[in-house]
Ligand binder design. Structure first.
Ligand code: ZN
Ligand code: ZN
Length: 275
């Protein structure tokens, strides 16, 4: 059982259920001491073409006015609950060319989570949800490191997302030299910029698939990634990435806790936010 969770969505993102108060009540029932709300931040339309925008389901995510008029007031109301400490956060991508936008968002919340679900490269949009090449893994790594270096982000959600559909040179689900280099660079940056790396339970809930060595592995977290985190000073936190209230305490969270135990990780129950 977790003592806190900082990765929590609400119905406002369009692909989750439950309101802020439903997550707060469930967290209290589970005995959590802290709950961070981190719904997906609105991505402005000018970040990509209408097709790309639609492909990433961004039209369903809360607008800036939903954020100001619905999300923030609900979380501020929840903060008054004497039985749990609630924090106001957001999960965002990082796009280097639109840094200023993320700095503006940061001012409005207690913390930001970095979750890189898509990014631009040479004029096109790519996502780790689609087949991923070594070159794209490198681009993903460059961008997330730049994101961590801004100091905007407290937690890096599912840092190993780039491995989900990573096919290496041969078109198999592998962990090759490029994957290893990318992983080591991410770990090094997380330590340098003091960002918590997250073991994401939602990836566990999505199931498992065979890797090239014949092993069934979760879509994420991936063992090869966390084996390299093992023994380092990188701070690690488990995130429910809850998209329904019961996901704060469901089986996938227990499996994430078990997953973490295989390694020598610098685990944190509670997160300290950046000023
Ligand atoms: Zn989501
Ligand atoms: Zn999330």
């Amino acid at each position: 059982m977790l003592k806190a969770n900082y990765h929590t969505h609400t119905y406002l993102c369009g692909h989750a259920t439950g309101d802020v108060c439903d997550y707060v009540n469930e967290a209290i029932r589970l005995g959590f001491k802290e709950l961070g709300m981190s719904d997906h931040a609105h991505t402005p339309e000018y970040f990509m073409t209408p097709d790309e925008y639609y492909h990433n389901y961004l039209q369903e995510i809360m607008t800036d006015s939903d954020f100001d008029n619905i999300y923030v007031p609900k979380v501020l109301e929840a903060k008054k609950n004497p039985n749990i400490k609630v924090f106001l956060g957001l999960e965002t991508e990082y796009f280097p060319e639109f840094k200023e936008y993320f700095y503006e968002l940061r001012k409005k919340v207690d913390y930001l989570i970095l979750g890189e679900h898509f990014f631009n490269y040479k004029g096109a949009n790519y996502s780790p949800y689609d087949p991923f090449t070594p070159r794209l893994a490198e681009v993903y790594t460059d961008i997330v490191i730049e994101g961590m270096a801004t100091g905007l982000y407290t937690i890096f959600a599912h840092p190993d997302l780039f491995l989900m559909n990573y096919n290496g040179e041969l078109g198999h689900r592998v962990f090759d030299k490029t994957a290893e280099v990318c992983t080591r660079r991410i770990i090094e940056a997380a330590i340098k910029y003091d960002v918590y790396l997250e073991i994401n339970a939602n990836g566990i809930a999505k199931g498992a698939r065979k890797t090239d060595d014949g092993k069934m592995q979760y879509l994420y977290p991936r063992e090869e990634f966390w084996k390299l985190v093992s023994g380092t000073k990188a701070k690690v936190v488990i995130g429910a990435d809850a998209h329904k209230p019961e996901a704060l305490g469901y089986e996938a969270v227990e499996k994430a806790i078990e997953f973490a135990k295989q390694f020598d990780l610098n685990m944190y129950d509670f997160v300290e936010f950046k000023k």
